[in-house]
Write a protein that binds this ligand. Structure first.
Ligand code: ACO
Ligand code: KIV
Ligand code: MG
Length: 510
C-alpha cells in the first residue's frame, strides 16, 4: 500500500479565503488539532507577509512536534530569510518556495523571460538549501505551463537541492485526465525526478479539486496538499478530509493510504468552521450535517435493516457521534472539561474556571448546552481577552412607524462613554451610536449573521469587517439577542483595529 503524505495549508491558502482572518490563538488551536488529526506537514503561514503571520508560524513551529511545520516564501532572499527566522527552531526546518512558470504569469506578473525564471528558481533553491534541510519548490500555475519548460525548470531545481516538487493547479483549470498526464509526462521527462516527492495542489474553481488530487495519486503523486473543509482562495482548495476518506473507502482501487486518525476528522472540521466563520454546506461530503442523515422512507427502511445499504462511510469512521452526556445546569466541571477536550480545546485551570462560570450562566437560561454553544463560549472568551472598549449597556427603541434609536454605554478603562443615535434600521442605529462613542470614522465592509442551533433560545453569531485609514479588522460577537451580538461584533473589530494600530505605532517608534 502506497503511503500518501498530507500537506495541510488551512492556515496559509485557507486563510486566503475572503473574509477569513485568524488571530494568533485561533491559529494555535487549529495547528494543535491538525497535529492530533495526523497531518504530515502543516503550512502555518507566509512569514514575510506580516508580523502576525511571522509570530504564529514561529510559535507553531516551536510547539508542534507530531507534524512537520513549513512556511511559504516568494523566490526572494528577504522572504526566505524571514521564513528561516520563523522556522529555525522546528524539528526539521522545511521551506516552501514558489515561482510561477506559465507564460501568462511570467510575462504579465513577474515580467521575466523563461530563462530569467529558471535562473531565479535555481538561485533561490540553492540559497534556501544552505539553511533548510528540506526545501519544497512549487511551480505556480504549473497546469497552464509549457510542459517541456516545466520539465526543464524542475530538472534544474532538483539539481539545486529541492526535495519536494509541487505541481499546483493554481487557478483550478485542469481536468483529472490532463492532470494525471502532466505527472506521467514529468516522470518520463525529468531525469532526476526519482530523487523527490511529487506533490499535488488543486483548487476547486471547476469543482474538480478532489478528483484531480486523486488522479495525481494514480499517476505518481506521493504528497497531496489541501485544506480542511476545502476553504481557500476563490472557490477554495482540495478538501483533505474528502481525499483521505476516499482513499480509505476505495483502497481496493487506489492502493494508497494516509496516516490520518480519521475519527478526528469531524472535530477538526468543526473547529476550522467555527474559527474561520466559514459555514459548512449541509450536503458537503464527509463533514456536512446531512452526510450521514437519511431522509426518505425507502432509505430509512434500508438503513434500519442493514446500514451499508445506503451508507458507504460509517459515521464513527470520521468521528460523527451522538454524545451520551447532555450538558446542562446540573453538569459539573469534569463533564464540562471532558467535553471541551473532546471538542479539541486545550484549557488551563484558570481559563476553565472562568469558562465554567459562563457555562453555568448560560445553562440557567438554556435547557441544554450543545457543542455549538460551547464553541461560542470559548470563542467569546478568546475574543474578550484584549478588550480596550467594553460594552456596558445597550438599549434600542424600534417600532414599525418610528425611527430606530440606540443608546450605548461603552467603557474604556475607568472612562464611561454614553451616546445615542438613529439609523435606518436597529443595527445601523447601534453602529452609528458606536461610531459616535468612538469619535472616529469607520466603514462597515461586511456584516454576516447566523444562528447557532435552531429554536427560540438559539445563540446569534455575528461577523463584521470594518475599515479605517489604518486598514481592516474583523470581529465576532455572540449573544442570545441579535442586536447585542451585532454590537459585540463591532466592538470586537474595533478592539482588534486598536491592537493593529498600537502594533504599527510601536514598529514606527522602533
Ligand atoms: C498562488 C498563491 O497562493 S501565492 C500566495 C499568495 N499569498 C499572498 O499573497 C498573501 C501574502 N502576501 C502579502 O502579504 C504581500 O503580497 C507580500 C508581503 C508577499 C508582498 O507585498 P508587496 O511587496 O507589497 O508586493 P505585492 O503583493 O503588491 O506584489 C507582489 C510582488 O511580488 C512578485 N512576486 C509574486 N510572486 C513571486 C514569487 N514567487 N517570487 C518572487 N516574486 C514574486 C510580484 O511580481 C510583485 O512584484 P513587483 O512588486 O516587482 O511587481
Ligand atoms: C503557493 C502555491 C503552491 C499555491 O498556493 C498555488 O499555486 O495555488
Ligand atoms: Mg493555492
Amino acid at each position: 500500500m502506497q503511503k500518501i503524505k498530507l500537506f495541510d495549508t488551512t492556515l496559509r491558502d485557507g486563510e486566503q479565503s475572503p473574509g477569513v482572518n485568524l488571530n494568533f490563538q485561533e491559529k494555535l488551536e487549529i495547528a494543535r488539532q491538525l497535529e492530533r488529526l495526523g497531518i504530515d506537514i502543516i503550512e502555518a503561514g507566509f512569514p514575510a507577509a506580516s508580523k502576525g503571520d511571522f509570530q504564529s508560524v514561529k510559535e507553531i513551529a516551536s510547539i508542534v512536534r507530531g507534524s512537520s511545520v513549513t512556511g511559504l516564501a516568494r523566490s526572494v532572499t528577504k522572504d526566505i530569510d524571514v521564513a528561516w527566522e520563523a522556522l529555525k527552531h522546528s524539528e526539521e526546518p522545511r521551506l516552501h518556495v514558489f515561482l510561477a512558470t506559465s507564460p501568462i504569469h511570467m510575462q504579465y506578473k513577474l515580467k521575466k523571460t523563461p530563462d530569467q525564471v529558471v535562473e531565479t528558481a535555481v538561485e533561490m533553491v540553492r540559497y534556501a538549501t544552505k539553511r533548510f534541510p528540506v526545501v519544497q519548490w512549487s511551480a505556480e500555475d504549473a497546469c497552464r505551463s509549457d510542459l517541456p519548460f516545466l520539465a526543464r525548470i524542475i530538472t534544474e531545481v532538483i539539481e539545486a537541492g529541492a526535495k519536494v516538487i509541487n505541481i499546483p493547479d493554481t487557478v483550478g483549470y485542469i481536468t483529472p485526465e490532463e492532470y494525471g498526464d502532466i505527472f506521467t509526462y514529468l516522470k518520463e521527462n525529468v531525469p532526476n525526478i526519482h530523487r523527490v516527492d511529487l506533490s499535488a495542489h488543486c483548487h476547486d474553481d471547476l469543482g474538480m479539486a478532489t478528483a484531480n488530487s486523486l488522479a495525481a495519486i494514480r499517476h505518481g503523486a506521493t504528497q497531496i496538499e489541501g485544506t480542511i473543509n476545502g476553504i481557500g482562495e476563490r472557490a477554495g482548495n482540495a478538501s483533505l478530509e474528502e481525499i483521505a476518506v476516499a482513499l480509505h473507502i476505495r483502497k481496493d482501487f487506489y492502493q494508497a493510504e494516509t496516516g490520518l486518525t480519521l475519527p478526528e476528522t469531524k472535530r477538526t472540521s468543526d473547529l476550522v468552521s467555527k474559527l474561520t466563520g466559514m459555514v459548512i454546506a449541509p450536503n458537503k461530503a464527509v463533514v456536512g450535517r446531512n452526510a450521514f442523515a437519511h431522509e426518505s422512507g425507502i432509505h430509512q427502511d434500508g438503513v434500519l435493516k442493514e446500514p451499508t445499504t445506503y451508507e458507504i462511510i460509517s459515521p464513527e469512521l470520521v468521528g460523527v457521534k451522538q454524545n451520551p452526556i447532555v450538558l446542562g445546569k446540573h453538569s459539573g466541571r469534569h463533564a464540562f472539561r471532558t467535553r471541551l477536550v473532546e471538542l479539541g480545546f486545550a484549557t488551563g485551570d484558570q481559563q476553565l474556571d472562568s469558562l465554567f462560570a459562563k457555562f453555568k450562566d448560560l445553562a440557567d437560561k438554556k435547557k441544554e448546552i450543545t457543542d455549538d454553544d460551547l464553541f461560542a463560549l470559548v470563542l467569546q472568551k478568546q475574543i474578550g481577552d484584549e478588550e480596550v472598549y467594553k460594552l456596558d449597556g445597550l438599549q434600542v427603541q424600534y417600532g414599525m412607524n418610528n425611527i430606530p434609536t440606540a443608546t450605548v454605554t461603552l467603557r474604556r478603562g475607568e472612562e464611561i462613554i454614553q451616546e445615542a443615535a438613529t439609523g435606518a434600521g436597529s443595527v445601523e442605529a447601534i453602529y452609528n451610536t458606536l461610531e459616535r462613542c468612538l469619535d472616529r470614522e469607520l466603514n462597515l465592509v461586511d456584516y454576516r449573521i447566523q444562528s447557532i442551533n435552531g429554536g427560540p433560545d438559539a445563540l446569534a453569531e455575528v461577523y463584521v469587517k470594518i475599515a479605517s485609514e489604518s486598514g481592516e479588522a474583523t470581529g465576532r460577537g455572540v449573544a442570545h439577542d441579535v442586536l447585542e451580538a451585532s454590537a459585540k461584533a463591532y466592538i470586537n473589530s474595533v478592539n482588534r483595529m486598536v491592537a493593529i494600530e498600537e502594533t504599527k505605532a510601536k514598529q514606527e517608534v522602533v
